[in-house]
Design a protein around this ligand. Structure first.
Ligand code: MLT
Length: 333
């Protein structure tokens, strides 16, 4: 087991390095609570950054949104008032629409797909575009798994079952339109307000990966899970481009290498932990329902209605076709 894997699974006993007194400590915003993908990615990054820099650079994670809600941290990093942030890709899309390809429903169909796209040429193009559009640089990719639907009212297995449920979605047009394609008008809401809204029954449900449902303790306010696979959640680690540019070439390299190590650790973390977390949610009383007919109706409605609406925003149909080709799937005409 690698050092980072041991750290993530809690068997590493001490940090390998004693930090010099003059170590620079960066602030890393983490919206979710402990125990999920975001924290795991952040811990792996800090460990790798200390190792890469010989202890000259380190980072401190601020969990539970202490440094702001996800979309706000993009603005803060862009203006240089925040160093790093870990957040869901759907909360970067409003600032850099081309990463929207990663939020289009049913484009990424597995963890392998997610890793292929983000760690290859297309991922690098998205990194470059995000710097230009949003003033932040993606230096690592976290993988959280598929966004499953949760609600407090009843089991949902068909599109018809959704009718009458009030579902919170992020302020992300692609996700809003996906629910519209399934026949309901969802409620766009900032991530930080979601737990309270579920608890107070302002909304009945929401979607996020098992890892996030667990890290946010949604099992306390939600009963039913539908095992949807419409979006595979990718959670990038971003750095303020202004901060990155202020580093020496050597330090930039160390930050990038630490980001790569964190990406690798995140992929391992999801592979080893997701099913345990799912079992734990069931043990805590949640009920899992499979979508009817292999999710066929959800897939058909979303891909037919939503994809064409966003070709322009993601940079043209060609961008989607590039992604599909890299995954060995047929192009759309
Ligand atoms: C959201 O639903 O806004 C995000 O996916 C939450 C997260 O980052 O975990």
């Amino acid at each position: 087991m690698t050092y980072v894997a041991r750290l993530l699974t809690g068997t590493a006993t001490v940090l390998a390095l004693a930090l010099p007194a003059a170590a620079t400590e960066y602030r890393i915003a983490v919206r979710d609570g402990a125990g999920g993908t975001q924290e795991a990615l952040g811990k792996a990054f800090v460990a790798a950054l200390e190792e890469q820099s010989g202890g000259k650079m380190t980072g401190k994670l601020f969990l539970n949104g202490q440094l702001g809600d996800e979309q706000d941290t993009v603005t803060a990093a862009a203006t240089g008032t925040l160093d790093f942030s870990i957040l869901a890709i759907n909360n970067i899309t409003p600032f850099s629409p081309t990463v929207g390809t990663l939020t289009l429903p049913y484009v990424i169909l597995s963890q392998d797909d997610a890793e292929t796209i983000t760690q290859g040429e297309i991922g690098q193009e998205m990194v470059d575009q995000t710097i230009e559009d949003a003033g932040v640089r993606i230096i690592g990719w976290g993988y959280s798994g598929f966004r499953v639907l949760t609600n407090s009212k009843r089991p949902v297995s068909t599109v018809e079952d959704l009718k009458g449920l009030v579902i919170r979605v992020p302020k992300n047009e692609i996700m809003i339109d996906t629910y519209k394609s399934w026949g309901i008008n969802p409620t766009p809401m900032a991530w930080g307000e979601t737990f309270a809204a579920l608890q107070q029954k302002v909304v009945d449900g929401q979607d996020n990966p098992y890892m996030t449902v667990y890290a946010m303790k949604f099992d306390e306010v939600q009963k039913y899970i539908t095992n949807l696979r419409y979006i595979f959640s990718i959670e990038p680690l971003i750095v303020s481009e202004a901060l990155f540019e202020s580093l020496s070439d050597e330090e930039q390299q160390q930050v990038l290498e630490a980001g790569k190590a964190a990406t690798k650790a995140s992929a391992e973390f999801l592979r080893s932990e997701e099913s345990k977390i799912r079992d734990e949610l069931v043990a805590r009383g949640m009920e899992i329902t499979e979508p009817a007919n292999g999710e066929k109706e959800f897939i058909e409605l979303a891909t037919t209605n939503v994809w064409p609406q966003f070709y322009d925003q993601i940079g043209g149909k060609g961008e989607l076709n590039k992604v599909l080709a890299s995954l060995g799937r047929p192009a759309v005409d």
